[in-house]
Structures are given as structure tokens and as C-alpha cells.
Design a protein around this ligand. Structure first.
Ligand code: PEP
Length: 239
């Protein structure tokens, strides 16, 4: 299998101590495997740190505020991320859009600001169930709106298509649906495109074999390091 990008979103799981144990275990296993593809880990903000890894594990933040520092209670700015050398950020995740109420306008502002800082941005898009049920054209329009204000040719952009109805639900989109949606999205941006939504050891090989699928963004099934390693072994990247 050609090089795939795997990204683990811990969401509100893991502590600082358990993140260290996880990254150490992952690092030594990746070295033994000779794993050569990109692996991103997004721990919670309290677990961000510099990790002494030998393999190519990149640590990213799940969220940050578009500021160097300032008065934004509860938020994390560039200065705080810089302390740990963090240069990768998840933006537009459906939980931030739908639970935390981030608007497209704010998301686009955040994107533009961190792009200016040369961050690698994993940018999430994906439709809720009612939009999927309204048909392909409704999905296309919804996704076009989620790309409003986003520089889709930015060379450090990685897109992630994550249908909301498949996130954390155990329901995975079928390979045909992933292929059709990825083809539509690839007409909007040529940047690498991950799939996310209940990816797990049992389905990762099939999903990554879908034409136009450049990797996976994984939530639940990434939280146990054994499960993450199981998935990595199935897509063993080329050196
Ligand atoms: C996610 O939160 O990005 C995600 C894909 O979650 P899960 O794998 O649990 O569906």
C-alpha cells in the first residue's frame, strides 16, 4: 500500500502521563516496524509536550485560538504551543462546529491565522445525516460552504472528510460512498484527503484501499495504543 497518513484524535481522553506512555510505546513499535508514513497524534491540550521520539510521530493540537497570547480565558495561543514546538493544528472538527458552536466565519479566521504561522492544518469537513439523506448535491453544497474562506491550495493543508453521522457511532461510510465523496472533494482541492468516521482495525485496510483516500483520521479506535498499532501494521508505510 502506498504512503498513507494516519492521525489519532484523542479528543477528551488520556492524561499527560498516559499520553507519554502511549507515544513511547508507539515510537518504539514504529522504529521496529520501520514505519515510513506520516503519523499525527492530537492529545488533549493538558498533555501537549516535547516528546523524545526517534520515529516520525508529529504531535498536533486539537484546538487553539488565533492569537500569540492575550486575554482569551480558557484558550491556547501560539506562545503556549511554541513552548512544545507544536506546528500542527486540527481545525473544523465536527465536535467543535456542532457542540462548541464554532461558525464557519471563525473557523476561516482561525485557519487563515495559523496558515500565516506556517502550521500544518488538518481541516475537517463532513455532512450531518439529514444532509446526506437529502442527496449528493446537498452534500456537495454543504461541503463547499465548509470550505468558504479556506485556502484550499495551501501546501500544508491536509483535508479530512468525516461524515458527522459516522463519527463515534460505529457506522462507517461504505467504500463506494467514500470514493464518490472523495472524488467530489478532490474536484474542490487537490490536497491529501483523509477519511474519518469509525475507522478501526477491522475496516482500515478496506477504507484505505479506496481510490482517492490518502489516509485516516481516527478517534475512538486510536485511544488504545495496541489498536493504533494494529491499524498501523495493516497499512505499514513505505520507507
Ligand atoms: C474523529 O473524531 O475525528 C473520529 C473520526 O472519531 P471516531 O473514529 O471515533 O469516529
Amino acid at each position: 500500500m502506498s504512503k498513507k497518513i494516519l492521525a489519532a484524535n484523542f479528543k477528551t481522553n488520556h492524561t499527560r502521563a498516559s499520553t507519554h506512555e502511549y507515544v513511547e510505546a508507539l515510537d518504539s513499535a514504529l522504529q521496529k516496524m520501520g514505519y515510513g508514513s506520516e503519523v499525527y497524534i492530537f492529545p488533549p491540550a493538558t498533555a501537549l509536550d516535547r516528546f523524545a521520539t526517534q520515529s516520525d510521530i508529529r504531535i498536533g493540537a486539537q484546538n487553539a485560538y488565533p492569537t500569540v497570547k492575550g486575554s482569551f480565558t480558557g484558550e491556547t495561543g501560539l506562545e503556549q504551543l511554541g513552548e512544545f514546538g507544536i506546528e500542527t493544528l486540527l481545525i473544523g472538527h465536527s465536535e467543535r462546529r456542532h457542540i462548541l458552536g464554532e461558525t464557519q466565519e471563525f473557523i476561516a479566521q482561525k485557519y487563515a491565522w495559523f496558515k500565516e504561522q506556517n502550521f500544518t492544518i488538518v481541516y475537517c469537513i463532513g455532512e450531518p445525516l439529514e444532509v446526506r439523506e437529502a442527496g449528493d448535491e446537498a452534500v456537495r453544497r454543504y461541503i463547499v460552504e465548509q470550505l468558504e474562506g479556506i485556502d484550499t491550495v495551501y501546501d500544508r493543508l491536509i483535508l479530512a472528510y468525516e461524515p458527522v453521522w459516522a463519527i463515534g457511532t460505529g457506522k462507517t461510510a461504505t467504500p463506494d460512498l467514500i470514493e464518490a465523496t472523495h472524488t467530489m472533494i478532490k474536484n474542490l482541492s487537490e490536497r491529501p484527503l483523509l477519511y474519518g468516521g469509525s475507522v478501526k482495525p477491522a475496516n482500515i485496510a478496506e477504507i484505505l484501499a479506496v481510490p482517492g483516500c490518502d489516509g485516516a483520521l481516527i478517534g475512538t479506535a486510536s485511544w488504545e495504543v495496541e489498536s493504533m498499532l494494529d491499524m498501523l501494521s495493516k497499512v505499514k508505510g513505505e520507507k
